[in-house]
Design a protein around this ligand. Sequence first.
Ligand code: SME
Length: 162
Amino acid sequence: MYEAKAIATDDKAALYAELVQQAEGLMHGESNPVANAANFAALVYDVVPDLNWAGFYLFDGTELVVGPFQGKPACIRIAIGRGVCGTAAATRETQVVRDVNAFAGHIACDAASNAEIVVPLVKADGSLYGVWDVDSPSVGRFDDEDRKGMEALCAVFMKTLV
Ligand code: SME
């Protein structure tokens, strides 16, 4: 049974190091991508403070389609190059957005979102798997520590894909 473990959330490096271990434990021995993506989203949403959405957009060969997530129902399809998610997919670079209202082309799914971080998910063969998207109601919520931490977490998820 999963039980939330108390983690000091004021130390981001420690928070993400602990989360990486918890994610590894949660997905250990399981290769079903839907099961792993669902638990991954639930873990991050449960443990990381001050979030209002955390989930996957998966590449269907043409565009991004919403996958397992926690939070309010979201936009279903996002074209590559559009919004923060489509930009991360097109550039293959993590997007750390301090204030989504200042990001040209931001796609508003939940009016509560004010900051966002999106990590591109690229498979070992170089093809696009999708993106990992996390929203917060607090402007400036995500910084370079979150970028490093979320990228490390996503690497744990990507290792489960066979
Ligand atoms: N804001 C995103 C859309 C997805 S939601 O945040 C869940 C974007 O601009 O791509």
